[in-house]
Design a protein around this ligand. Structure first.
Ligand code: CTP
Ligand code: CA
Length: 223
């Protein structure tokens, strides 16, 4: 049933996508995370799959699941696990799209027992996680394409262009929380795409599925 309606424009292409948040444990019952629903990454995985691509989707903890069992899912929890999965899958992929909201920090130590409350404040010392996308950028070979996302609340364009360059990306998709209809948990989004060549593309407000389709068609032009 799933084969019906699959296009051929990405046939034979291996696409790696990461989606969703990561969770960084504090103790057995608590973690640090963020509001990512994973919806944009899943929509991208589905759109690529429907155009015939061979899709691997690395997912942080989230309620949503892709609609097609033909999408190869790799569930992970922490940034460290996402890093390991990405590094393992990356060499086999033609296109890699890092849509996951990877935690930037994790607790230095994870308490083995539930932390009991006290009268005093609680300090949780956190350390930086690996920037997975930047790491993939250093490993990228000439036939590979690498796309990042940027989530910004200020100086959007400057920050996105800085990430594009610093992480050695082919393009970056700017998610601005300032745009109406864009943001966590919503079914709609509007994004801007900056290509390393200087080319720009704006996807106006529409469903995340429609944005994903537009992005997949745009990426096709850069194949
Ligand atoms: N990213 C990653 N590994 C991290 C953090 C981010 O791979 N540890 C990736 C995200 O998946 C995204 C891109 O880097 O594709 C940009 O993420 P973003 O949070 O916007 O930027 P950061 O580089 O983390 O910088 P900051 O959060 O300070 O804006
Ligand atoms: Ca970040």
């Amino acid at each position: 049933v799933e084969k019906i309606g699959r296009g051929k424009s990405w046939y034979g292409k291996k696409v790696l996508i990461s989606a969703g948040p990561t969770q960084e444990a504090i103790d057995p019952v608590r973690y640090i995370s963020n509001h990512s629903s994973g919806k944009m990454g899943i929509s991208l995985a589905e759109a690529f799959y429907l155009q015939g691509a061979d899709v691997t989707l690395i997912t942080g903890p989230m309620a949503l699941k892709p609609a097609f069992s033909g999408i190869h899912c790799v569930p992970v929890v922490s940034a460290k696990e996402m890093e390991e999965a990405c590094l393992r899958e990356f060499p086999n992929s033609d296109w890699t799209i890092m849509a996951a909201a990877v935690a930037d920090y994790r607790p230095v130590t994870v308490a083995s027992e539930k932390i009991k409350k006290k009268e005093s404040n609680l300090d949780i010392l956190v350390e930086k996680t690996t920037d997975i996308l930047a790491c993939l950028g250093t490993q990228k070979r000439s036939h590979q394409k690498l796309i990042g996302f940027a989530l910004e609340t200020e100086n959007e364009e400057t920050n996105a262009l800085d990430k594009l360059q610093r992480k050695n990306l082919d393009a970056i998709v700017l998610n601005s929380l300032k745009q109406p209809g864009a943001g966590f948990g919503l079914d709609t989004n509007q994004v801007q795409v900056f290509h390393a060549s200087g080319e720009r593309h704006t996807c106006s407000l529409k469903s995340k599925e429609a944005i994903a389709q537009e992005l997949v068609d745009l990426f096709q032009q850069w194949e």
